[in-house]
Design a binder for this molecule. Sequence first.
Ligand SMILES: [Zn+2]
Length: 445
Amino acid sequence: MATLVRNGIVLPMTGGTTAFDPGSVLIEGTSILAVGAVDELDADPRAAGAEVVDATGHAVLPGLHNCHLHSGLLRGTAESMSLWDWLKTYVDPAHRALTPEIAQAASLHCYAESLLAGTVSVVDMWRFMEGSATAATELGIRATLVPYVADLEGYDYFETIETNRRLLEHTATTAGGRVRSWVGLEHLFYCSPAAFRAAADLADEFDTGIHTHSSESIWEVQESLKQFGRRPIEEFYNRGILGDRTLVAHCVWLDDREIELLAQTGTSVAHCPCSNMKLSSGPARIGDLRAKGVHVGLGSDGEKENNNLDLIEEMKFASLLQKVTTLDPTTGDPWDVLAMATIEGARAAGLGDVSGSLEPGKRADLITIDLGGLHTTPVLHGRDFNVAAHVVFSANGHDVRDVFVDGERVVAGGRPTTFDVATVREQAQAAAEELFERRAALAGA
Ligand SMILES: [Zn+2]
């Protein structure tokens, strides 16, 4: 049966500042059948007998794409430390203590939180990801699973090219393509040239993407110059992993040549403004990257460096960070930031043909955002249209009312249909307590 999401303010994100106000979206099965003005879709014979979801007073948008996430359970526990101190003394010991069961509870928790806040798709770099696949399949979120692969001495507790291969064999694509696996590389300083070569070969063999981190802190650039005689993105190019199926998180400290290399090779970037501010990493050159045609999506980064997974809030930070660092108030335009959270993010994650905009034939990945709050008043139409600005600057993830992924209504009126919040929370709480006990025991050993 068809579903008509009716009489909302539809921002299809098909380019420019197009809006259908009032507008509707017609869904059948997993796909979008039609998007347009309310009257037009009311008269569409395919809408006859459709189940109606009343979107009056709501913004209707493509679901949001989180292009860089780490499932995890550490939020609020390691504050006010520099990036590398924090990794060495805090995050890595937690990795040593992680078990498959704890990892799965973390994914369940992070994916559930994401869905409730309007995120339909996550690129998650994590470990023991068979459990993440199970969590994503159960919850109904779109997920790209990327193991943290590392092979240099001292990082033997991470995933390996072999475990990445097993994940690809097990879960290259499942749940009708909704859950996919990619090849992961933790970091230039955690992985040998041989691991990079093996990762590129694995991505070719399974016809899939590669995800890694780079150029997050200025120290990394200095260290890369010292160790390899090249800046990090040049070293990536040298190691053969840049390309149109590669997505690199952060990319804060780039020079013009590195931006050129990303653009020439079609490599995409996941911009994580909250994390970059919180860890004092710095401001990425988002305007320069986008001006060269690089696809830039938004990422929350991990729960520990954000400390929530609210991409609506992330959009506001993305805009404000550009404004304050360029001292140019025309940067961080709401429509540009919305594009990064939707269609550009989908392209960056290799899902641009499937998701990220509301167009007939694409998968029905869409959300409604309630504009009835005091913080989103007034709602103005026509000449004074202010809904794109409301979504970016005034709204937050708690305003999300409906979430459809692949046509399935996984959040209805603010309530999840595929999971119980209290159960997810209890499991996450118990798993976190176990993780902290195990970490303390390992530290004492
Ligand atoms: Zn990260």
